[in-house]
Design a protein around this ligand. Structure first.
Ligand SMILES: NC(=O)c1ccc[n+]([C@@H]2O[C@H](COP(=O)([O-])OP(=O)(O)OC[C@H]3O[C@@H](n4cnc5c(N)ncnc54)[C@H](OP(=O)(O)O)[C@@H]3O)[C@@H](O)[C@H]2O)c1
Length: 328
């Protein structure tokens, strides 16, 4: 099969087309003929040597695919050959075929293209487990989403809105801030021109926000503490702005704040399967009804994976970047 592999640590030019043997599914896995594969920031970090695949995972990048099931492991009872699925992977998505754990596959939502379906798993699993399970996002609460136009951010804004939360989002340009508003944010904040702590203090009459989803960390940690309301929760999912922070701990005590965070890729199949089950009952009906839809920023053929990752690194995209895979 055709794959895109990482020749060595470095820039997008390290991504190159190659041929590998088509993998075989294990007892509780399925083999998917990939029609489309999502591109995620962790793929870029893997190429940069900052995010190695967990033990046992494919070295080929790619954390999510959509396609047709073409082979079943001996113990798989939940899927049939020919089923159209989208799947969360620990790696191996930039390929003609990919092996996925059966419980980490979900049906392609009604009316969704392969490209739209492939854009779902990584961001929806991440947003569900962080914003809802850890962050306890609830109707009527105020939520701040940093990186509002990222793949994660565009998903988080829509789901928080669908849950009845009041959403604010930050982004790096005025255009991107307006894009956040079109997705359902009450106010997009252009963080290069505006101080999100001051804007939110104004918008909430000094109360602050109940929940913050943060992918920046670094200097944002202290500012998140300032922007949070009493009993606020702050969930960190990435460290784009730096791993270390100098913070005023008294803010945590005085406001009774909760700081938490998590990563998805290292978790066990059983833990990810629990997220898949929750998504299927709570979120898939919204997708089937067309109430929530992934935002597709760009679609490129698999052979142009380097250009896709280079585009991601410009951070000019709004939403998801997806690779399309031609039938073999
Ligand atoms: N914890 C988990 O389980 C998990 C799972 C998946 C992804 N993630 C993380 O979540 C983040 C978003 O992922 P994604 O795939 O949605 O990525 P993405 O679409 O590339 O979005 C990343 C966005 O972060 C913003 N940003 C803010 N500060 C930045 C900085 N210092 N450097 C680069 N970008 C910065 C950029 O928007 P502006 O230019 O508007 O600021 C950029 O568009 C990534 O960091 C990824 O590693 C975490």
């Amino acid at each position: 099969m055709q794959v895109v592999e990482i020749a060595g640590t470095g820039g997008p030019e390290q991504l190159r087309l190659a041929r590998r043997a088509t993998p075989s599914p294990g007892a509780e896995e399925v083999l998917i003929r990939v029609a489309a594969a999502g591109v995620n920031r962790p793929d870029v970090m893997q190429r940069q040597g900052k995010h190695p695949p967990p033990p046992g995972a494919s070295d080929i990048p790619g954390l999510e695919v959509a396609g047709e099931i073409v082979a079943l492991g001996t113990e798989v009872r939940t899927w049939r050959i020919g089923d159209r699925v989208t799947a969360l992977l620990a790696g191996g998505g930039y390929a003609g075929f990919a092996v996925a754990a059966a419980p980490l596959c979900l049906p392609v939502p009604q009316g969704f293209s392969w490209v739209e379906a492939a854009a779902l798993p990584e961001t929806f699993f991440t947003v569900w487990t962080n914003l809802f399970e850890r962050g306890r996002c609830a109707a009527g609460e105020t939520v701040l989403i940093h990186g509002g136009t990222s793949g994660i951010g565009t998903t988080a804004i829509q789901l928080a809105r669908a849950w009845g939360a009041r959403v604010y989002a930050t982004a790096g340009t005025a255009d991107k801030a307006r894009a956040c508003e079109r997705l359902g944010a009450e106010r997009g904040i252009d963080y290069r021109r505006e101080d999100f702590v001051a804007v939110l203090a104004d918008l909430t009459a000094g109360r602050g926000v109940d929940l913050i989803l943060d992918m920046v960390a670094g200097s944002y940690v202290e500012r998140n503490l300032q922007a949070a309301a009493l009993e606020g929760r702050i969930v960190t999912i990435a460290l784009l702005g730096g791993e270390r922070a100098d913070i005023d701990m008294s803010l945590i005590l005085r406001k009774r704040l909760t700081l938490t965070g998590s990563t998805l890729r290292q978790r066990s199949v059983a833990q990810k399967a629990a997220i898949a089950a929750a998504l299927r009952s709570a979120v898939w009906p919204l997708l089937d009804a067309g109430r929530v839809r992934p935002v597709i920023a760009a679609t490129l053929p698999l052979a142009e994976a380097a250009a896709a990752q280079a585009l991601m690194e410009t951070s000019t995209h709004i939403g998801k970047i997806v690779l399309t895979v031609a039938p073999p």
